[in-house]
Design a protein around this ligand. Structure first.
Ligand SMILES: *Cc1c(COP(=O)(O)O)cnc(C)c1O
Length: 481
């Protein structure tokens, strides 16, 4: 195979790094959302794949980026990106990611990537401390952390560990149809998917009601459901409280939920995919209240922790839980280090066998920004959200759809009586998105269309919030509000 010579890689690689730097510099001048229709990208690509190697791959790639990729991309790293949740690919993290690709290690076992495995362990132990998770989630304390590809995978892994703990026969015989899993209507859809992937079927999913007037799980309702289900012969396997729901940033009461689950020995997995990293700041530690009572905890590195896709932190209280559920050792993977019992083989902590050295990009972020740099950035985003929320509250024609949660603000336009105006809210969002400097997405709050402003891109500054707010006000005036 005609791979690049290392010297040629150096030359073309430098050009590509230059291109990335130029792209990042140019972002503020680009429309966040591309003007595309389905199929418009395909129409620009030749259907025939090349038979012969390119003589100038770097140039060809840069042409593809300039002509096709940039004009047809939603620019997630744009400072005016307020949609979904941020997927920050900081340049810091890219350095580590390039190194990871360059080393090209496959870290399934300690022995296939001793450096990757142990750097990951040290980082996850350090971050458990930095977040205030408690010693029980560190390797030193009998638990431990791993880098999953996503919060969705972490939820699935937690569910598999929960199934095994709930029924030691699960590995051999699988599920028996009595298993139940507890979430709310605002829980991320990845839990519903995990339940199906694990073979429980959607019927296993129990939707716990909210505490009146909130979008947070009612621990009393949970206790009720657990008691009734158990009496009816069901086996509560897992409860999944969310710290910072995707729709509105609602926070389930982890401590009360964990206490209710404990009676039934149900596994408690905390999904804090977006919000969890805020616990780096002492003033947001309350987010993790009760986490000392749960079995596993997940927060994404690729959302608000400045790390390029994909990386998600997952900690478990019992370091044996995932291997007990997932470890299968064919002869060709046997090795002395594993047999010594002194090492972690991360393949046993996840669904796939293979894994890349994600630890290097986390290392780059942690060392490049420092914990204090990360805290400052989180605080800046939260301050911008509070300032936006203040403007919404004091402007007639607007209302907060839910109380702001950290750096997430949900709002709608309201009529003269203060009732949410779905059509006007939707029109305002579309007007803002059409202008190009900002990008917003929506959710539904009590049946009403609500705009979400998820602040958290690495380059977002108060100016960008001002521009967004001016544009929202203009849209509201145009809708006659
Ligand atoms: C984004 C999100 C997820 C899914 O995250 P992935 O890492 O993309 O799987 C799960 N839960 C919550 C609360 C989220 O916000």
């Amino acid at each position: 195979m005609p791979d690049l010579e290392p010297d040629e890689f150096r030359r073309q690689g430098h050009q590509l790094v230059d291109w990335v730097a130029r792209y990042r510099t140019s972002l503020p001048s680009l429309h966040v959302r591309p003007k595309v229709v389905p199929g418009s990208v395909k129409a620009q690509l030749p259907r025939e794949l090349p038979e012969q190697p390119s003589q100038a791959l770097g140039d060809d790639l840069i042409a593809l980026l300039n002509d096709v990729v940039v004009p047809s991309s939603l620019h997630w790293q744009h400072p005016g990106f307020f949609g979904y949740f941020p997927a920050n690919a900081s340049l810091l993290s890219l350095l580590g990611d390039i190194a990871s690709g360059g080393i090209g290690a496959q870290g399934m076992l300690w022995s296939t990537s001793p450096a990757g495995t142990e750097i990951e362990q040290v980082l996850l132990d350090g971050l458990a401390d930095a977040l205030g998770l408690g010693r029980e989630f560190t390797f030193a304390g009998g638990g431990g952390g791993s880098l999953q590809d996503s919060a969705s995978s972490a939820s699935l892994a937690a569910l598999l560990a929960a199934l095994q703990r709930s029924n030691p026969d699960w590995r051999e015989h699988g599920v028996d149809g009595t298993e139940t899993v507890y979430v709310t209507a605002e829980t991320h859809s990845s839990l519903a998917k995990a339940v199906r992937v694990a073979g429980l079927g959607a019927r296993a999913l129990r939707i716990v009601p909210f505490t009146q007037g909130t979008l947070s799980m009612s621990a009393d309702a949970l206790a009720d459901m657990l008691a009734k289900d158990t009496a009816a012969g069901k086996r509560p396997v897992m409860v999944c409280p969310t710290v910072g729901t995707t729709g509105t940033g609602a926070i389930d009461p982890v401590r009360e939920v964990a206490l209710a689950a404990r009676t039934y020995e149900a596994w408690v997995h905390v999904d804090a995919a977006w919000a969890g990293v805020a616990a780096l700041c002492p003033e947001f530690r309350w987010l993790l209240d009760g986490v000392n009572l749960v079995d596993s905890f997940c927060t994404d590195a690729h959302k608000w922790f400045y790390t390029a896709f994909d990386a998600s932190f997952m900690w478990v209280r019992d370091a044996r839980a995932l291997p007990t559920a997932l470890s299968i050792t064919p002869e060709y993977l046997r090795n002395a280090a594993t047999e010594s019992g002194e090492v972690i083989d991360y393949r046993d902590w996840q669904v796939p066998l293979g894994r890349r050295m994600r630890a290097l990009k986390i290392w780059s972020v942690v060392h490049g920004a420092g914990l204090e740099g990360l805290r400052e950035s989180i605080r800046g985003h939260v301050a911008m959200a509070n300032s936006l929320a203040g403007r919404i509250e004091s402007e007639s024609g607007f209302a907060l759809a839910t109380p702001p949660s950290l750096a997430l603000v949900c709002l709608y336009l309201v009529d003269q009586e203060g009732r949410p105006d779905d059509a006007a809210t939707k029109a305002a969002m579309e007007a803002v998105n059409a202008e190009g400097h900002s990008f917003l997405t929506h959710t539904s709050v009590n049946g009403h269309f609500a705009i979400r402003v998820a602040i958290g891109a690495t380059t977002t500054l108060p100016d960008h919030i001002d521009t967004l707010w001016d544009s929202l006000c203009k849209a509201a005036r145009q809708s006659g509000g």
